[in-house]
Ligand binder design. Structure first.
Ligand SMILES: CC(C)(COP(=O)(O)OP(=O)(O)OC[C@H]1O[C@@H](n2cnc3c(N)ncnc32)[C@H](O)[C@@H]1OP(=O)(O)O)[C@@H](O)C(=O)NCCC(=O)NCCS
Length: 157
């Protein structure tokens, strides 16, 4: 990846562009995820929660990708959202965001990171496996009556 062209940022509540960034992410969220999987309506509420964080990739003045994570306890965290704008896919941004989130968790002494993913999302499932996530179980009807999810996890030694 050409490091001069992009930067990864952790969204801060007090940053001047908070609203603008959140609005841009909500627009991506609406395009990428079907309604029942989209947080677009509640994104603002989610991101304001105390134990939720958001990393995003900026290219110029555009948000290219984002990842939301949440600490479910002092030992566990979950990745609750990951999306890359279509035109920026397959350029390593998804992997970079996920690696950064994993490092963040490690530095906070979290021992397990988990997530849910539709097994039909081959790109995402491959990415999670590439970074060491394992399938824990299949949760039937997790997203909707006809969409299941793998629950996946990554443990740190
Ligand atoms: C999944 C997603 C975030 C991947 O982001 P990305 O920036 O395109 O992925 P990267 O370029 O970082 O690729 C990293 C790895 O992901 C996997 N991957 C990504 N795109 C893939 C594709 N089209 N086919 C197969 N594997 C793919 C590969 O393992 C790849 O590693 P490799 O390049 O060594 O083969 C992106 O496709 C996306 O936003 N999809 C729609 C939303 C989604 O499914 N989110 C996850 C919900 S749980």
């Amino acid at each position: 990846m050409e490091s001069s062209k992009w930067e990864m940022v952790e969204l801060q509540r007090n940053s001047g562009n908070w609203r603008e960034v959140v609005e841009e992410i909500v627009r991506i969220e609406k395009r990428v995820f079907p309604k029942h999987e989209s947080l677009s309506k509640s994104f603002e509420d989610e991101i304001k929660k105390k134990h939720t964080g958001l990393l995003y990739t900026r290219i110029g003045d555009e948000v290219a990708a984002y990842l939301m994570f949440s600490s479910t306890s002092s030992l566990c965290a979950s990745i609750t959202k990951l999306a890359v704008k279509e035109k920026y896919r397959r350029q390593g941004h998804g992997e970079e965001l996920l690696k950064a989130a994993i490092e963040k968790c490690k530095s906070r002494n979290i021992s397990r990171v988990s997530l849910h993913v539709d097994p039909l999302r081959i790109e995402a499932t491959n990415l999670y496996k590439k970074l060491g996530f394992q399938v824990d179980t299949l949760v039937e009807r997790y997203y909707s009556s006809d969409r299941d999810a793998y629950r996946m996890y990554l443990d740190f030694d």
